[in-house]
Design a protein around this ligand. Structure first.
Ligand code: ATP
Length: 286
């Protein structure tokens, strides 16, 4: 993908991250990748290939040993820990497999937490729009434990959106969800990109989840070994199989792509899944 620097939301240039000890592990080995604004990218690869390390370095949660990481034009190495924390609160959003909502706070308080921490007073109209977009208007007073897994993840996505971050990093966002709920969450992330023009970088083991992205980057042994625009779930599964990905990575796709979406899912998720399993995700179809 050819992009000018103004179009780049996040860039990693020759990034290397080694974990120490007597037998050092090279988790990222000269990784060079740019994530364009207004796109969704899936980061895939076998267990231990460096996906989480890439996400953590890109998001400023970890510092590489060598190379440069930029959010927009900001070189993260130039920032003190305090400034880096501020950047993470204001310019970056996170969505994790385990939702990471604060159990003692209700949905509204969780959604507003990043703004509160960064001392901002979010625009009420924007908060209302975000709440509407994730469909939690009637759950704002509920605690996380009173929500389904899908609702908790939608609350986490709302929390990630509320500061209007330049990029949202997702680590296995559908890993704890059943397939139908996962499809709804992936459609929501897709709409964040298509309608709000935000940038999503998502680590996933799931080829169906990855097929919602505009691009799939595959890591092996800390290096990028594939960079595919809209490959589709079947092709992703084939690539993972060749890399010796976990058997469970490929099997559900092989099963679901053999059926129509209507057979596999009912309701609003079906249309999204049809797109995911029949052909690659296409931007603008949200
Ligand atoms: N804190 C750490 N200390 C030592 N080694 C680490 C540490 N974190 C990661 N590693 C090693 O770095 C390599 C990459 O790990 P990473 O977690 O980025 O892989 P991954 O692709 O996200 O794996 P998974 O899919 O299993 O979550 C692995 O060999 C891992 O054991």
């Amino acid at each position: 993908m050819s992009v000018t620097s103004a179009d780049v939301a996040v860039s990693l240039e020759h990034v290397r991250r080694t974990y120490g000890g007597d037998q050092p592990v090279v988790a990222l080995d000269d990784v060079d990748v740019r994530f364009a604004r207004g796109t969704a990218t899936a980061v895939m690869g076998p267990s231990g290939s460096g996906k989480s390390t890439l996400l953590h370095c890109a998001a400023g949660l970890d510092r590489p040993d060598a190379g440069t990481v930029r959010i927009g034009s900001t070189d993260l190495a130039s920032l003190s820990e305090k400034r880096l924390t501020e950047l993470r609160r204001s310019r970056v959003g996170f969505v994790f497999q385990a939702f990471n909502l604060v159990g003692a706070l209700n949905v509204e308080q969780n959604i507003l937490l990043p703004s509160r921490l960064s001392g901002q007073r979010p625009d009420p109209a924007w908060v209302a729009e975000v709440v509407d977009r994730v469909g939690l208007g009637n759950r704002l007073r509920h605690r996380p434990a009173q929500l389904s897994g899908g609702q908790q993840q939608r609350a986490a996505i709302a929390r990630a959106l509320v500061t209007r971050p330049e990029v949202i990093f997702c680590d296995e966002p559908t890993g704890a969800l059943d397939t139908r709920t996962a499809a709804d969450v992936l459609s929501l992330l897709r709409s964040v990109v298509d309608q709000a023009g935000q940038t999503v970088v998502m680590v996933t083991h799931d080829p169906v989840a990855a097929s919602y992205a505009d691009r799939v980057v595959v890591l092996a042994d800390g290096r990028i070994v594939r960079d595919m625009p809209q490959p589709g779930a079947e092709r992703i599964a084939e690539h993972l199989a060749h890399l010796g990905g976990r058997e469970s990575d490929a099997r559900p796709v092989a099963q679901s792509v053999g059926r129509t979406a209507a057979q596999t899912f009912a309701g609003p998720a079906a249309q999204s899944l049809a797109r995911a399993t029949a052909r690659p995700a296409v931007r603008g179809e949200g």
